[in-house]
Design a protein around this ligand. Sequence first.
Ligand code: ZN
Ligand code: ZN
Length: 577
Amino acid sequence: MNDERLTNLRHSCAHLMAAAVMELWPHARRTIGPSIENGFYFDFDFGDSKITDGDLPHIEAKMHEILPGWKNFERHELDTDAAKKKYPGNVYKYELIDEFAAEGQKLTFYKSGQYWDLCRGGHVEHPDRELKHFKLLSLAGAYWRGNEKNKMLTRIYGTVFPTKKELEDHLNMLEEAKKRDHRKIGPALELFMFHQTSPGMPYWLPNGLIIYNELVKFWREDHVKRGYKEIASPLINKKELYVTSGHFEHYWENMFISKTADEGEYGIKAMNCPNAHVVFGSKTRSYRDLPLRLSDTDTLHRYELSGTLNGLLRVREFRQDDAHIYVTEDQIVSEYLEVFEIIKRFYSIFNIPYSFRLGTRNPDNFMGEISTWDKAEASLKEILEKSGVEYFVLEGDGAFYGPKVDILMKDVLGREWQMGTVQLDFQQPLRFKLEYIDKDGQGKTPICIHRVVYGSLERFIGILIEHFAGVFPVWLSPVQVVVLPISDKHSGYAKKVQEQLMGKGIRSELDSRNEPLNARIRDAQLQKIPYMLVVGDNEIKNSTVSERGRSGKNYGEIKTNKFIADIKEEIASRSLS
Ligand SMILES: [Zn+2]
Ligand SMILES: [Zn+2]
């Protein structure tokens, strides 16, 4: 089924749900009911009535009852007065009707069975046959038109699929996603937390910071080998820096601003580019210095609306595995191919499938000459073809300074996430008057490639938590090994083993609590610790440990030194097993 047909199916089902709600709560005032990714919603003002999750099955039953009478969607045109009469006392619809009328739009209504609604269209042809496989999912509060100054409405979410099988698969996926929700696993494994005084800004707890630092370490090691040079720069800069970069004009409202007593406004860093350009421009550069790859992972802040914050997936404070690469025009292709190699390497480490999406010029928000854009877009298409990775084009999705290639990854549940991005920028180097001295002794403007591979580390970790359901590969596991003495008299040996592990840089703990061994094994499994080493009389006698995996597998007795060599190898190779 193509996207448009799915959209029509979902939106049609929103009509059906509203019809059922209006029969059950005739005084409710209905507002709008669009299709969304994987489903639809409808917003209602229920007045004094309170509805709960327990009402959803009643609404579903009513929908099934009404559905056989819905043979089609019948189109009608009405004038403003007649339209308003359809919605006695519904101020929301009046507002919409007046707006559509003022824009000179025709007021179209669609009727199915006994139900009418103001709508622009986009429905299925045979609702009675096509809308059978739906499910209502949840309730939420939502401000009318998304504005918190308006009244809070009740939003009902649902989903619908062309077949029973697709609906069931989707519902199973949602169940599994719930179990994997990083907002639950994160606090349970003590990875991160939030506090009401800093919405959207994670606190990294010791376990989570280990994962964070391991990801940065891997990034750093790999990029040093590839000739990247890491910098760090101020977190706040005077407004003038952002005037130069164009962010003052295009992005200021999304930034946190710091006011000073007598130096005007400072912008709190929301992106690394401007300061990278300052570093590039700080000395005379030669063509021999290019490509110059300046990387950094400074902390960024962006003012996301509070209603859009979502665990680690949408935050206000984050770091990126960022880099700005300054190249000559004939280095673009080879540098892109190199960046695509890095992406391949990073995503294969996690065994995550990915694809590319090319975002082109947004006609309403861009800097520079159209001809430059056309050239850049054409060369990116050529590079994407060459790279052999699956890609598609999203028109108008470019950054304001240049086209971009986004990395989309698919997690284990088949959900697609936008991760890193590679952006081609002809504009900012000009604005910052960046220059290198070319072979002919002339000053020329470099081109900048902005690139992140993980994207935001916060978001990447949020998705990794859900992808692995908290069962991280050993190299990322906050605790890699726990040593479990069978009884008190084995504690001394257990402690020695654990110290030996620590001495080899293996993150390990000793659990000699006065609890039955089975209970301690269960606790270690709940914490998803990859290896449990049980020690008793035999192990002491043989200088061994008895190795167990977190899945419950018993590997048996192994020489302690051999275990250490094996796990060190597993960590060093960043193996997934
Ligand atoms: Zn409609
Ligand atoms: Zn940048």
